[in-house]
Design a protein around this ligand. Structure first.
Ligand code: MN
Length: 340
């Protein structure tokens, strides 16, 4: 965080404030870890803080410290509305455009509070009085660590904060394997372990929680895997019927796309998931190296994200979406076969 942003934040936090901390829709480990981590820090420094998430999140995050204090807007509209209307300050974490917060969007747009953004996604919007944006960062949780550090709070990293930030860094870096993981990331992790984060327990709580239904759905996904060696591309599909047969619950397909990316030689992987209720196909894209799925998704799927991980959607049927995807692959032959 640069000196100017640090000074702005210091001034804003110099007296007790009513603060709302919010993450993006369908919050992941990084969104929840960063919001609650910051929550404990702000509370310890005399602020009246509250984390609000637009909607619910998977069970494997429900053991996190402070999770009971969190308001899910979708479930408690009145409570969250009141909190936002009375806020002096609103922290937006792990996203950088107000259209990422679902039904919270109109409330945030109407708010007269001052906004502070902490985020590592590309192309941040300019709604905050203090913007801490850095696309090179592994995770927003790592940024919250640097944020606390810049405010002189390094010694205030409690076991709860350490656990939360560790969780988000771990989940956003694929357990420290993505190229966004730097020597600094590992130094931060080292301190979080010293501060009491239990790495083995966190890993187990997050990853060893598969239901039999989810494992069988993964089996179906892997059966549906299609590989195009000439484009170094692999994709997975899941139809609504396949989801229904396996009692699909939100979050069940999390990480499936990485199996496609783990095929030898593949550097571009996609999963297409039919959602009949919303009449869309939900799309997650992953890549290795410099093939930008962020650009790909912006161009074709009305989405975006990072160079190596992005999301998007198609309004066409699952079949049409896939036929179209296969038809545009040749346009990327060179890019996909470049270097690697
Ligand atoms: Mn993140």
């Amino acid at each position: 965080m640069n000196l100017e942003t640090t000074a702005t934040v210091q001034t804003l936090l110099s007296t007790p404030k009513k603060i709302v901390i919010t993450g993006h829709k369908n919050p992941d480990g990084d969104a929840i870890g960063s919001c609650l981590g910051l929550y404990f820090f702000l509370k310890a420094n005399g602020h009246d803080a509250q984390v609000i998430m637009p909607n619910d999140f998977p069970d494997f995050l429900k053991w996190l410290p402070g999770i009971d204090t969190l308001i899910i807007h979708e479930k408690e509209v009145e409570k969250s509305t009141e909190r936002i209307e009375n806020a002096d300050l609103i922290f937006t974490l792990d996203f950088n455009a107000l259209n990422r917060v679902g039904d919270l969007q109109p409330l945030l747009e109407k708010s007269t509070a001052k906004f502070i953004m902490i985020d590592h996604h590309q192309q941040p919007d300019a709604y905050a009085v203090a913007t801490y944006s850095d696309v090179r960062m592994s995770s927003t949780c790592e940024m919250v660590y640097h944020f606390i550090d810049a405010l002189g709070g390094n010694q205030q990293i409690s076991k709860a904060i350490a656990t939360l930030l560790y969780t988000g860094i771990m989940t956003d870096t694929g357990s420290f394997r993505f190229s966004s993981t730097t020597p600094v990331t590992h130094k931060v992790i080292a301190h979080l372990l010293e501060a009491g984060a239990n790495n083995a327990a966190i890993h187990q709580n997050v990853y060893d929680t598969n239901s039999p239904d989810r494992m069988r759905l993964l089996g179906v996904a892997l059966k549906n895997l299609q590989i195009f060696p000439e484009y170094k591309t692999a994709f997975i599909t899941l139809s609504q019927k396949e989801l229904d047969t396996h009692n699909f619950k939100k979050g069940d397909t999390e990480g499936f796309v990485n199996y496609a990316l783990s095929v030898k030689g593949v550097r571009f992987a996609v999963i297409f998931i039919e959602n009949k209720q919303e009449s869309i196909v939900k799309i997650s894209l992953r890549s290795k190296g410099d093939f930008s799925v962020n650009e790909f998704s912006r161009k074709h799927y009305n989405g975006g994200g990072h160079t190596n991980a992005a999301g998007g959607r198609s309004l066409q049927s699952l079949n049409k979406t896939i036929t179209h995807f296969i038809s545009i692959l040749p346009d990327y032959t060179e890019e996909l076969n470049d270097d690697a």
